[in-house]
Design a protein around this ligand. Structure first.
Ligand SMILES: N[C@@H](CCC(=O)N[C@@H](CS)C(=O)NCC(=O)O)C(=O)O
Length: 214
């Protein structure tokens, strides 16, 4: 049984969606912020960075980093109803594996980090006066990063082509956080399609609803 430390509409949503899609046994523990915006001190003993998602594994050990969780869980639980050769993750020896890892890490390092700069600009400088410029640059970076992704996605509809994999779930979560989702969809119809296909899956739709995601 996995325990997922989560917060509605945070980075835990993709991990929750993947656990649900895989049919894994898991429990959600929502870590809500204190009135002053900090995370409960007790949670720092579980994850010293105070971040969700944090995953407790069956052996009671703790795993952090959302992309690592996506890769690990998809490898453990290939979904039987998807492309038989791919499941939710191409095998280590598959020719699709490098592309899968590339975009998983791209979303984790380029897009997710730009989102954090956009939503929490003050955390990214010792000078509060820098916040507006940090936010503006994050929005600019994200637009470039989605342009690069849209070109590589091409006809898709998923990142690996016809079969959805864990990286599409991760990408869809991040797409929902874009500064102007309608504008992003108008600019890149292929990203809109990927998002809608992921969000329409019945199991994922329930997780999105619990997380109050669009
Ligand atoms: N690199 C981490 C980033 C996780 C992260 O920044 N999570 C945010 C929520 S989306 C968080 O919990 N931040 C702590 C806070 O806002 O207090 C990952 O991919 O798991």
């Amino acid at each position: 049984m996995f325990k997922l430390y989560a917060r509605p509409n945070a980075g835990s949503a993709a991990v929750e969606a993947l656990l649900a899609e895989c049919g894994a046994a898991f429990e959600i523990i929502d870590i809500l912020r204190e009135p002053d915006g900090t995370v409960p001190r007790s949670f720092l003993q579980i994850n010293p960075r105070g971040e969700v998602p944090t995953l407790r594994l069956a052996d009671n050990s703790i795993m952090t980093e959302s992309a690592a969780m996506m890769i690990y869980l998809a490898d453990l639980h290939p979904a039987a109803d998807l492309h038989p050769a791919a499941g939710l993750a191409p095998a280590a020896t598959s020719p699709l594996r490098p592309r899968y890892l590339r975009w998983m890490l791209y979303f984790a390092t380029a897009v997710y980090m730009a989102d954090l700069r956009m939503y929490y600009p003050a955390r990214h400088s010792t000078d509060a006066g820098h916040a507006a410029a940090i936010k503006a640059k994050a929005i600019e970076d994200m637009e470039r990063d989605y342009d690069i992704f849209a070109e590589a996605l091409d006809e898709g509809p998923f990142i690996l082509g016809p079969s959805m994999s864990a990286v599409d779930i991760y990408a869809a979560m991040l797409v929902s956080w874009a500064p102007d989702v309608e504008r992003l969809f108008a600019r890149h119809g292929n990203i809109k399609r990927l998002y809608e296909l992921v969000a329409a899956r019945p199991v994922i739709a329930k997780v999105w609803a619990r997380n109050k995601m669009p």
